[in-house]
Ligand binder design. Structure first.
Ligand code: MEV
Length: 434
């Protein structure tokens, strides 16, 4: 069977499915049903999802959970999280509750500047280009007026445009490096439209007044936003850190800080440490209809800004006060894009009290910090397998279609026995045979 096709995008949805099923699933009778069982019976809602992307054949569900009890800057939130990984929502909720009793989280937006660049080559004299840019700079602002008008009315717009000489790194390479304020919008369309207009203005004006040739390579925003920065923090007296008498508060703080320090200097650990932070961040970013790939790329670049990949969080004890904090770049929006289209995104934002982009930056950063706190807390005390094994136990019990009575008995049994696949299977069999 031929596995390539011309004009696939022109086929109807059911023709697309038929082609997929005939081409790849001739021996799998349930493939079509598997795809179709995820269609929504509400035709309008299904069409909305079909039109988010191209060649849609079905929906791919992610669980949408919530983590309550987050106290941030004195306000309480229930945070929506879209994620497939077990334990993440539970960990966030646990950390939220822990800090609720200790003054909650503090968060602060440090800056909100976004960046876009027109990358171009120029084969003439650099001084001429610098003078040309000085003389034409105002034209870049003038030519983008129709694009920037409504953003300016909302308090945003183009902040500045610089000419950057990159010829030391790459022959003939220059940039127009522009900074933007996009208020409550993530701003990708706005920034890219401005940049494409800059490119047109650059080419037209340069062709008139420069002897060398300007060739625009591309115009695109940057997902590296080190000046769109938010800080999240928790602190309390060291003695208030423990909930049980097994570990002393001082020993817990010391071990916790050591774990953070390891992630600060050891990239292998830092990647996993930061991955845990992104468990919280991505889940809220997704639930609120934002671009988690952009956030991921920008955050990891920021984690390497000093030349080595390092921890995003930091911790210390000073004058008897334990402090744990993080600063991360987050370009988020609460208007535009999916925010007004996807019913669950709308609901998530409503649940958060229709936050501004700045408030959402704070909530997302807190979710990341909480996640890291929960991970380090269990890693440096019980280890993470204890929680995971509880989940593992439930998964096996569900596989064996255990009744609620059987579940109750077995969960109680495994409070004092080690969970492995075979020990659970044996326990189910014993219970059933008796
Ligand atoms: C698992 O998704 C995340 C952790 O590995 C994070 C960490 O190790 O800090 C638990």
């Amino acid at each position: 069977m031929q596995k390539t096709i011309t004009g696939f995008s022109k086929l109807t949805k059911s023709e697309k499915i038929d082609w997929i099923v005939n081409t790849y699933f001739s021996n799998n009778k349930s493939a079509k049903t598997t795809l179709e069982q995820y269609w929504n019976s509400n035709k309008k809602l299904q069409q909305l999802h079909d039109e988010f992307i191209e060649n849609t054949i079905t929906n791919y569900y992610l669980p949408f959970g919530v983590a309550p009890n987050f106290l941030i800057n004195g306000k309480t939130y229930t945070i929506p999280m879209a994620i497939e990984e077990s334990s993440v929502v539970a960990a966030a909720s646990k950390a939220a509750k822990f800090w609720l009793d200790r003054g909650g989280f503090k968060a602060e937006v440090i800056s909100t500047t976004k960046i876009g660049q027109v990358h171009f080559t120029y084969d003439g004299n650099t001084e001429d280009l610098i003078n040309f840019f000085k003389n034409t700079k105002s034209k870049f602002f003038k030519d983008t007026k129709s694009i920037t008008k409504s953003m300016e009315n909302r308090g945003g717009g183009i902040l500045d445009i610089d000419l950057k000489d990159k010829t030391k790194d790459l022959a003939d390479y220059y940039q127009l490096h522009a900074t933007f304020e996009t208020m409550d919008a993530m701003g990708a369309n706005f920034i890219n439209s401005c940049l494409e207009q800059f490119a047109t203005t650059l080419k037209t004006e340069a062709d008139h007044s420069l002897s060398g040739n300007v060739d625009v390579i591309m115009s695109i925003l940057s997902n590296y936003v080190p000046n769109c920065l938010v800080r999240a923090e928790v602190s309390c007296k060291v003695e208030d850190l423990t909930e049980n008498s097994k570990t002393s508060a001082e020993a817990f703080a010391e071990k916790f800080i050591q774990a953070v320090k390891i992630a600060e200097i050891e990239p292998y650990r830092a990647v996993t440490h930061n991955k845990g932070i992104m468990n919280g961040i991505d889940a809220v970013v997704l639930a609120t209809g934002n671009d988690f790939r952009a956030v991921e790329a920008g955050v990891h670049a920021y984690a390497s800004r000093n030349g080595t990949y390092s921890s995003l969080t930091h911790a210390e004890v000073k004058d008897g006060i334990f402090k744990f904090w993080m600063e991360i770049p987050l370009a988020l929006g609460t208007v535009g894009g999916l925010t007004s289209l996807h019913p669950l995104v709308k609901l998530a934002l409503e649940m958060l009290g229709k936050p501004s982009a700045k408030e959402l930056m704070q909530i997302v950063a807190v979710a990341g910090l909480a996640q890291n706190f929960a991970a380090l807390r269990s890693l440096t005390t019980t280890g993470i397998q204890e929680g995971h094994m509880k989940m593992h136990l439930m998964n096996i019990l569900n596989q064996f279609e255990a009744t609620s009575q059987e579940k109750e008995q077995l969960v109680s049994h495994f409070k004092t026995h080690t969970v492995t696949h075979s020990s659970v299977v044996d326990a189910i069999n014993n219970l059933r045979n008796n």
